[in-house]
Ligand binder design. Structure first.
Ligand SMILES: Cc1cc2nc3c(=O)[nH]c(=O)nc-3n(C[C@H](O)[C@H](O)[C@H](O)COP(=O)(O)OP(=O)(O)OC[C@H]3O[C@@H](n4cnc5c(N)ncnc54)[C@H](O)[C@@H]3O)c2cc1C
Length: 507
C-alpha cells in the first residue's frame, strides 16, 4: 500500500483492489496472498461486516442450498453437516479471515461509487463513500478484482402487483426480513417457490397458525438427509479432515455431473427418482399433481434442496397449502388469484428473487468514456473487451459458486504474475481475427439455464460469443480442465496493447 496523487490530492494506492467481502472477495484475497504475495491489496465493502449474501439474508431458517464441501473453499476443510446455516457459513468465513490475516486489508462501510481507468497512468481510480460519515475517499489501483456479486443487496425484486396499498397486514420481501418479526400463531402467505421459499416454509410452519405458498409455477425439489455418508465413513476410520474434504468434494462434483447429464438425457427418469425421494418422507400416497409438477426440465433452473423432505412434510401434515396460480391483486386481507381464490394472511412474505446488479451498479469509465457492459464481449465471464485490468468473479449457479472463486483465483494470480514477468502494466482481452464472424449473443444461453432475474435484465449484461473462451457456460465440469490450461500468451490477450512474442510467433 502506498500513496498516489489524483487531481493534486493524496490518496491510497494498492496493486490490487478487491470489491466486496463476500465469499468471492475473501477467497480471492486468500489466493492473492498465497500466489502473488508481493502484491499490496485492499478489500472495500459497503457493509459493516464480511459475508455478503450470508450477512444480508436474515429470514427464518436461512441456509445454503449447496453442500459446504463444494461451497466451502478448496483450501479450508468443511467439518460440519453438508447444508449449513448462514451463521455457520459466516463462522467458517471468519476463520478464513483470522487464520490468514485478511482482516487488516478490509475496509468495511466503504461503498464504491465510481471507477475510472486512465490509460496514461495504467491505473484505476476508485471512489468510495464512507458510510459512517459520508466522506468521499479516493483509491487508486493497478488491477480491479470485482467480487461484488450479481444482485442488488439493498433493493430486492418485488413485482408491481395491483392493490398493494390496500393490504392491511404486514408485507415484506425475504431479503429484507427483520428477525424481530413475530409470526407465532399467524397466517403466513409465501409468494414464490424457489430455494428461498423452500427454506422459509418449514421454518414458518413450526410456529405459524398456517402457511400458504402461492407459486406461479412449480419447482423441482431434491429431498435427502443433511449428511454425507462418505464423509461420515472416512471420519469413522480416522482419515484427516483435509483428505475428507478433498474426497467428498470429488464425490459430490462427480455425482452432480452424473445427475446433470441424466437431466438432459433422461429427465423423466430423474423426475421419477426425485418423486421417490419425496415419498420416503411422506409416504406413497403423496399427490404431486398439480403443485409439484414443474413445466421445465430438471436443472434448467436450480434444484431446490429440501432437507428431510421438510416442505413436503409440512404439506402432508396440513400445515402448508399450495396454490399454483397468478396473483391478480392484493386485497385488504390478503390476495386474490386470477382464478378468483381469496387467500387471507396476516403476513405476506415475497420470495420473488433479486434485482440483477451488473458490477454493483457502479458507473465505470475507460479514458473518460462511460462503459456500457452490454457493448462488451466477455472472456469466460471474467474479463471484458475494452476494459483493461479488471476481472469479475461470477460463479456457478448449478454447481457451487465458490468452485469458480478458487479456479479464477488461480487464473488471476497467474495472470498478474505473467504481467510481471513480461513487465506489462496493462492486460485486456480482444477478439481475434478468427473471431470476426463469430455471432455475438446474449450472456445467458436461455435453453440451457434461464432464471427470471437474469432474463429480465439480459440487456444490462455483457454479451458473449459461441466459443468456449468467449462465454461463461456455467459448466464447472468442462471449465475445471479448460481454465487451468489457459494459455496466457494466447492471441486473445493483449499486454500493453500488444500480443506477446509467443502469440505472434504461433499466429
Ligand atoms: C439466500 C441465498 C442463498 C444462496 N445459496 C447458495 C448456495 O447454497 N450455493 C451457491 O452456490 N450459491 C448460493 N447463492 C448464490 C450466492 O449469492 C453466491 O453463491 C455467493 O454467496 C455470492 O458471493 P459473492 O461474494 O460473489 O457475492 P455477494 O455474496 O453478493 O457479496 C458481494 C459483496 O460485495 C459488496 N458490494 C456490492 N456492491 C458494492 C459496492 N458498490 N461497494 C462496496 N461493496 C459492494 C456487498 O456488500 C457484499 O458484501 C445463494 C444466494 C442467496 C441470495
Amino acid at each position: 500500500m502506498g500513496n498516489a496523487q489524483v487531481d493534486g490530492n493524496e490518496c491510497t494506492h494498492v496493486d490490487v483492489l478487491i470489491a466486496g467481502a463476500g465469499i468471492s472477495g475473501i477467497g480471492s484475497a486468500y489466493h492473492l496472498q498465497q500466489q502473488s504475495p508481493d502484491k499490496s491489496y485492499l478489500i472495500l465493502d459497503m457493509k459493516d461486516s464480511f459475508g455478503g449474501t450470508w450477512e444480508t439474508h436474515k429470514y427464518p431458517g436461512v441456509r445454503s442450498d449447496s453442500d459446504l464441501y463444494t461451497f466451502g473453499y478448496r483450501f479450508k476443510p468443511w467439518v460440519g453437516a453438508p447444508i449449513a446455516s448462514a451463521d455457520e457459513i459466516l463462522k467458517y468465513m471468519g476463520e478464513v479471515i483470522d487464520e490468514n490475516g485478511i482482516d487488516e486489508h478490509i475496509r468495511y462501510g466503504h461503498k464504491i461509487v465510481r471507477c475510472s481507468w486512465a490509460s496514461d497512468a495504467n491505473a484505476w481510480t476508485v471512489e468510495a463513500t464512507r458510510t459512517s460519515d459520508g466522506a468521499r475517499l479516493t483509491y487508486t489501483c493497478n488491477f480491479l478484482w470485482m467480487c461484488q456479486g450479481y444482485y442488488d443487496h439493498e433493493k430486492p425484486y418485488v413485482p408491481d402487483w395491483p392493490g398493494m396499498d390496500n393490504y392491511k397486514g404486514q408485507f415484506i420481501h425475504a431479503q429484507l426480513w427483520d428477525p424481530g418479526i413475530d409470526y407465532t400463531g399467524k397466517r403466513v402467505l409465501v409468494i414464490g417457490s424457489g430455494a428461498t421459499a423452500a427454506t422459509v416454509i418449514p421454518a414458518f410452519a413450526e410456529k405459524a397458525e398456517h402457511v400458504t405458498m402461492l407459486q406461479r409455477s412449480p419447482t423441482y425439489f431434491y429431498c435427502a438427509e443433511n449428511q454425507n455418508e462418505l464423509a461420515d465413513r472416512l471420519r469413522e476410520v480416522g482419515i484427516d479432515e483435509p483428505t475428507v474434504h478433498r474426497c467428498v468434494r470429488a464425490q459430490i462434483n462427480h455425482d452432480h455431473w452424473v445427475i446433470q447429464q441424466r437431466c438432459l438425457t433422461e429427465p423423466d427418469v430423474v423426475f421419477e427418482e426425485l418423486k421417490d425421494m419425496v415419498r420416503q418422507y411422506v409416504g406413497e400416497e403423496f399427490e404431486f399433481e398439480p403443485h409439484f409438477i414443474p413445466k421445465y426440465r430438471p436443472w434448467q433452473q436450480r434444484l431446490a434442496f429440501c432437507p428431510e423432505g421438510d416442505v413436503f412434510k409440512a404439506a402432508a401434515e396440513g400445515k402448508l397449502s399450495v396454490y399454483t396460480d397468478t396473483l391478480e391483486t392484493f386485497t385488504e386481507k390478503g390476495v386474490r388469484t386470477a382464478s378468483g381464490d381469496e387467500i387471507e394472511a396476516d403476513i405476506v412474505v415475497a420470495c420473488t428473487g433479486f434485482n440483477l446488479s451488473v458490477m454493483g451498479g457502479i458507473p465505470f469509465e475507460v479514458d473518460g468514456k462511460a462503459v456500457d457492459w452490454h457493448d462488451t464481449v466477455t472472456y469466460r465471464g471474467m474479463m471484458f473487451t475494452g476494459v483493461p485490468n479488471l476481472v469479475w468473479v461470477f460463479g456457478y449457479f448449478r454447481a457451487s459458486w465458490t468452485l469458480r472463486v478458487d479456479m479464477l483465483g488461480d487464473l488471476v494470480c497467474k495472470l498478474l504474475n505473467h504481467m510481471d514477468s513480461l513487465g506489462a502494466k496493462r492486460v485486456e482481452v480482444a477478439l481475434r481475427e478468427e473471431d470476426k464472424d463469430m455471432p455475438i449473443l446474449p450472456w445467458i444461453e436461455e435453453e440451457n439455464f434461464n432464471p427470471n432475474y437474469l432474463m429480465r435484465d439480459i440487456d444490462k449484461l455483457p454479451q458473449r460469443g459461441n466459443k468456449p473462451e468467449w462465454r461463461h457456460n456455467q459448466d464447472y465440469w468442462s471449465e475445471r480442465d479448460e481454465i487451468p490450461a489457459t494459455d496466457l500468451d494466447g492471441p486473445e490477450f493483449l499486454y500493453d496493447g500488444e500480443r506477446t512474442k509467443k502469440a505472434l510467433k504461433t499466429a
